[in-house]
Design a protein. Structure first.
Length: 286
């Protein structure tokens, strides 16, 4: 299957211009497991968006394409999914391999920066994105939303999910170190590019300003220690907090104390991890 299109191909070696957590094998596997943990919530969201058989959809910031495959199944052979991601070296080849193995011939991949990515007006029926706009410079998000609204055909749908309150990440029983962990994650994601890790708060207004009819919903994921789903937050903290220490966003002593308490709590079945609230926004073009 040769369904690769190069558009504004990413060749920059500047790490500040990439996805905050990188494209390592470990991160791609973490994203896969994260997708599995959130699968039911994501399917409900996609169902509310009403993507139909035969539609042309765009998957913004598709990464390795775990949701892309779901969207391709929905639109069927008569539809198409345009999967866009800046990582054309690792993520998109993995997506193409998975699509070929699944016999999905209706996926077109594009290596592009979303800050400048564009399509023809009224060329697609739907746009999907999850946890992607938070990694873009905030100043580029409104222009992107305005472009998305122009891509949509009459009756088209834009469905986006983003964090809306990172600081409300929570563990029960309470962990005194978690506020510092959340603050370090916020500073790291914001970075030098001026990203907004709580961009979900802005999305309803941005979609409305772009002329779309807006529906909103907020969800929180809760997982218990000693269950399989606990591996999701566990991988986030173990894989990424050490780099925050190395880069000066988090004190080594705080990380050490947090990890020791986290490991102890992970063995207690009454421990619960609550995600940051997620803003689900659906914008429809009348």
């Amino acid at each position: 299957m040769d369904n690769k299109t190069e558009l504004d191909t990413c060749t920059s070696t500047d790490e500040t211009d990439e996805y905050r957590f990188g494209y390592t094998h470990e991160e791609i596997e973490r994203l896969k497991y994260q997708h599995q943990v959130w699968a039911k919530e994501n399917q409900r969201f996609i169902s509310r968006a009403g993507f139909n058989t035969g539609a042309t959809l765009v998957d913004l910031g598709c990464g390795p394409g775990y949701t892309t495959l779901d969207l391709a199944e929905i639109v069927g052979p008569g539809g198409k999914v345009i999967a866009v991601d800046r990582d054309g070296e690792r993520s998109l080849p993995l997506l193409r391999a998975q699509a070929e193995a699944a016999g999905l011939l209706n996926i077109e991949t594009m290596a592009a920066r979303l800050e400048s990515f564009d399509l023809q007006e009224e060329s697609v029926d739907g746009v999907y994105g999850r946890w992607v706009l938070m990694y873009l410079p905030e100043a580029t998000v409104k222009p992107l939303i305005d472009r998305i609204a122009k891509w949509l055909r009459p009756g088209g749908v834009c469905a986006l999910t983003e964090l809306c309150n990172y600081r409300h990440i929570h563990i029960h029983p309470k962990n005194k170190y978690l506020p510092e962990i959340a603050g370090a994650l916020i500073r790291a994601v914001t970075g030098e590019r001026g990203c907004n890790p709580e961009i979900g708060n802005n999305l309803p207004g941005l979609l409305f300003s772009a002329g779309l009819e807006v529906e909103i919903n907020v969800i929180i994921k809760a997982v218990r220690a000693t269950t399989q789903e606990w591996l999701w937050p566990d991988a986030l903290f173990r894989n990424h907090l050490p780099s925050l220490v190395e880069e000066g966003f988090l004190a080594q002593s705080v990380f050490d104390d947090f990890l020791a308490e986290w490991e102890a709590r992970s063995k207690e079945p009454d421990t619960i991890f609550f995600s940051s609230p997620m803003m689900e926004v659906i914008g429809r073009r009348s």
